[in-house]
Structure formats: structure tokens, C-alpha cells
Design a binder for this molecule. Structure first.
Ligand SMILES: O=C(O)c1cc(C(=O)O)c2c(n1)C(=O)C(=O)c1cc(C(=O)O)[nH]c1-2
Length: 234
């Protein structure tokens, strides 16, 4: 009994280590984010990033709804649904999507030009659509695993907050509320996602599929920034 428990625990520790090692491929190391955090972006580049990232923000609840639709586990759904209301809000004027629009306004964009996608570049659309499609069509536990990039997000959010206040003071700091909220939401969300993945991925095969899903998501985030970087050169 003791030795079985010990073996299972070692397996899941090794699995979690494998997942955490994907931090090496996280988009905090993308040259565009490095320049952003060093204060090297022009206002045009910051606006281009905000306008394009909006497409990610507005599609996150759709991919979470796809996970809910595919998930037969009541307990998981009961917790997962919170992600949708965090982004959509429960009344007009609330939620993460609204907070991102306010970030855009603070950066000098209008709501209209963010919402009508006039700045959206093809590579960003392609990357985000691929993420939503992955969550619709792959087994729900793999879709949950793909959300685990959020394990690495809080450090980047904290860095970003400091960087924006320091280097981009032309943006009203009130516009940064989205990132402050994510500092609390991301750890809560990814703790749940990690529990689900550990509980459901017990075989080497299912653990490998979860790691592949996380690898795919690293590519989504990296590809998205590649497209923005190319669209808004120095
Ligand atoms: O700005 C970022 O660097 C960043 C990264 C990620 C991420 O790692 O996937 C998310 C977010 N932001 C974010 O705001 C967010 O709501 C979010 C949801 C998810 C997801 O996969 O479910 N990732 C992320």
C-alpha cells in the first residue's frame, strides 16, 4: 500500500515537472515581450498588440464553453464555468473583455476599432482560431491541459504591470486593471486545471498527450506574437 502510493506520487511529480518544464517555451521569452518589458515598444506597437490580443481575449470564453460542452464531469464543469463569467462578466460593463477594451481606450484606441477587428492580422486570427478549434475537437482533458500555460502567466503579468507603469506612463494606470485581476485569477484557474490533468492522466500515454497539448498551446502563443511582431516593425 505504502509503496503503491509512493510510486503513484513519484509518477505524478515527474509528470508535473514535465509540464512545468514547458515554461522554457512560454511566450514571456518571445522577443516582442522582451522588448515590451524593457520599454522598447513604440505607442503604435503597444496599440497593435492590444488590438490584436483582443481577439484572444474575446475567444477565450468560447474555447472554455467548448470544454464545458465536452466535459461529462459535473464537478469540473461547476468550477470551470467561472472562467466564462470572469471574461464575459455577468452584467454589461463588467468582466475581462470589458477590462481589455478599457485597456485599449487607455492606450488611445477606440472600442469600435478594437471590436471590428480592423487591426487584426491573419496570423493572430489563425493562431487563436486554432486554439478554439483544438478545444472543440480534442478530448476535453487535453483541452484542459492546453490551458496550463497559465502556470507561467503570473510572473509575466507582474513584470508587465511594472513595465507598463514605468515605460508606458502615457497609458492611464487605471487601464491596467485587467492584468491586476489576472494576477489572482490565473493561479486559481491553473491550480484547478493541474488537479484535473493529474487526476485524469494516469497512463504514460495520456500524460504524453497532455504534454503535447501544452506544447501546442506554447506554439499558439508564440505564433500569435510572431504575427504581431511582423505586422508592427520597429
Ligand atoms: O497575457 C498573457 O501573457 C496571457 C497568457 C495566457 C496564457 O498563458 O495562456 C492567458 C492570458 N494572458 C489571459 O489573460 C487569459 O485570460 C488566459 C486564459 C487562458 C487559457 O488558456 O485558458 N490563457 C490565458
Amino acid at each position: 500500500m505504502t509503496s503503491t502510493t509512493a510510486t503513484t506520487r513519484t509518477d505524478s511529480d515527474g509528470f508535473v515537472e514535465t509540464l512545468r518544464a514547458y515554461s522554457r517555451r512560454y511566450h514571456d521569452q518571445h522577443p516582442f515581450h522582451v522588448r515590451m518589458n524593457e520599454g522598447g515598444l513604440s505607442p503604435r506597437q503597444v496599440r497593435g498588440w492590444v488590438a490584436n490580443r483582443f481577439y484572444y481575449q474575446e475567444n477565450i470564453p468560447r474555447k472554455d464553453a467548448a470544454i464545458l460542452a465536452n466535459c461529462p464531469d459535473l464537478e469540473v464543469r461547476r468550477r470551470w464555468i467561472r472562467r466564462i463569467t470572469d471574461h464575459d462578466g455577468t452584467v454589461a460593463g463588467e468582466g475581462g473583455i470589458e477590462a481589455w477594451l478599457r485597456l485599449g481606450e487607455a492606450a488611445g484606441l477606440t472600442r469600435e476599432e478594437i471590436r471590428d477587428h480592423r487591426h487584426l492580422v491573419p496570423g493572430v486570427r489563425f493562431a487563436v482560431d486554432a486554439y478554439v478549434n483544438f478545444s472543440r475537437t480534442r478530448p476535453w482533458v487535453e483541452a484542459v491541459a492546453s490551458s496550463l500555460t497559465e502556470l507561467f502567466a503570473p510572473d509575466l503579468m507582474a513584470q508587465r504591470l511594472t513595465a507598463f507603469e514605468r515605460w508606458y506612463s502615457w497609458i492611464d494606470p487605471a487601464g491596467l486593471a485587467y492584468f491586476r485581476a489576472r494576477l489572482e485569477q490565473a493561479p486559481r484557474d491553473c491550480e484547478h486545471a493541474l488537479d484535473v490533468v493529474i487526476e485524469h492522466c494516469l497512463s504514460a500515454e495520456s500524460q504524453a498527450r497532455a504534454a503535447d497539448a501544452l506544447s501546442f498551446k506554447c506554439d499558439v502563443l508564440w505564433g500569435l506574437l510572431d504575427a504581431i511582431d511582423q505586422a508592427y516593425p520597429e
